[in-house]
Write a protein that binds this ligand. Structure first.
Ligand code: GTP
Ligand code: MG
Length: 372
């Protein structure tokens, strides 16, 4: 994939090089017309322009240029997909508590006892409609994922404690959320506290150009309590409303594409990747490639820790079967064959190594010239 230059890609999909450069620039990636596009850049561009970019073959020959094809996205199978919601906010304002409360109040009775530990993502149902929640591993990671084009978030919830109000990290979160372009909902948490002051929070947020709807702005403020559960239904209804406006769609029959939100090496189980499915359906037995790792999906456990055969659109679960631990933020993509998956991963690994090498050569040359 690194053999595709910006202008070649633009030509192949009927865009001007400037359009391609603008999209990448908007995501903080500086490229010029003659630069080679990286895999993640190609994926971002594909998404941005609504086309599917398929890397035809792994690059055996580094000078091979015509190594890609561009297809129109077939939207005839599109169905509405559930929203993916990320919760952000100042430390201790109750993000985790709120996520845990939402989950424990929404899972089917009898299953609630199965929740033993906090997990990074889960899906609930509200009025027969699904919502997937993600606990951000911190907004630095959120931005890093977004920069890679791997952000799965459709809607951002900013949690502000009703007694503390806007704090330094709330301000950071506001700017990250705004930059993401996602609709934002403010959850004013800890409303059960005597010192809770909704108006104070609204006034402070309005100063940051986050004006509440009832003050003539366009941001919904929902009072909630992670302790009592107050306001949670309101919050969920609001999420579904925002999702409806977004008209989120994807193709359940497409080749599976998921984003890794967390990964680890588990004793006895090997590499485990927590993923959210963005397109298609991820199934046990699928040949997958994930950045420089690959494998065949050996098992999937859902957000309740139960084994399942597949994960549908916007659903989340743990995937076993990769040969190594993939980095969070990488895409997991189903391939037609075992061979294909391995070749792509191997080639990417080679490219990554080559790049590292060229970097270190450059550094040593610079160091040397400094010495001379
Ligand atoms: P970090 O992950 O450390 O940034 O914190 P967090 O935002 O996830 O907050 P967490 O859920 O850990 O809650 C922090 C503290 O606030 C805990 O002691 C919670 O019990 C308390 N807390 C959270 N929500 C509420 C609430 O609705 N009401 C009250 N009274 N306390 C709450
Ligand atoms: Mg937390």
């Amino acid at each position: 994939p690194e053999d595709v230059r910006v202008y070649e890609f633009a030509e192949a999909c009927g865009k001007s090089p400037a359009e391609v450069i603008t999209v990448l620039f908007g995501l903080g990636m500086m490229v010029t017309k003659n630069d080679f596009l990286k895999q993640d850049e190609l994926e971002i561009l594909g998404e941005e322009f609504g086309i599917e970019v398929t890397v035809k073959d792994a690059l055996e020959d580094a000078n091979y240029v015509d190594d890609y094809e561009v297809e129109e996205v077939d939207d005839s199978n599109f169905v509405t997909r559930p929203p993916v919601v990320t919760i952000m906010g100042h430390v201790d304002h109750g993000k985790t508590s709120l996520l845990d409360k939402i989950r424990s109040s929404k899972v089917a009775k009898g299953e609630a006892g199965g929740i033993t530990q906090h997990i990074s993502a889960y899906t609930i149902e509200q009025n027969n409609q699904k919502i997937t929640f993600v606990d951000t591993p911190g907004h630095a990671a959120f931005s890093a994922m977004r920069a890679r084009g791997a952000d799965v978030t459709d809607i951002v919830i900013i949690v502000v404690a009703a007694d503390d109000g806007v704090m330094p990290q709330t301000e950071e979160v506001i700017s990250h959320a705004k930059a993401s372009g996602c609709p934002i909902i403010v959850a004013v948490n800890k409303m059960d506290k005597e010192t809770a002051n909704m108006d104070m929070v609204k006034a402070q947020m309005a100063e940051k150009e986050m004006t509440p709807v009832d003050w003539g702005g366009d941001i919904e403020f929902i009072g909630v309590s992670a302790h009592t559960g107050q306001g949670i239904d309101d919050l969920l209804e609001n999420i579904l409303l925002q999702a409806e406006i977004l008209e989120l769609q994807a193709d359940p029959d497409a080749k599976a594409k998921a984003t890794v939100v967390e990964s680890l090496l588990e004793k006895g189980r090997g590499p485990v990747a927590t993923v959210i499915v963005q397109n298609g359906t991820l199934r046990v037995g699928d040949n997958i490639v994930c950045d420089t790792t690959y494998g065949r999906v050996k098992a999937i456990t859902n957000d309740m820790g139960k084994p399942v055969k597949e994960l549908g659109l916007s659903e989340t679960g743990n995937v076993l079967g990769l040969n190594d631990v993939p980095v969070a933020g990488s895409f997991m993509v189903a391939q037609n064959s075992d061979k294909e998956a391995r070749e792509i991963a191997t080639t990417r690994a080679e490219h990554a190594r080559a790049k590292e090498l060229s970097k270190s050569t450059k550094v040593s040359l610079e160091e040397m010239s400094g010495l001379i």
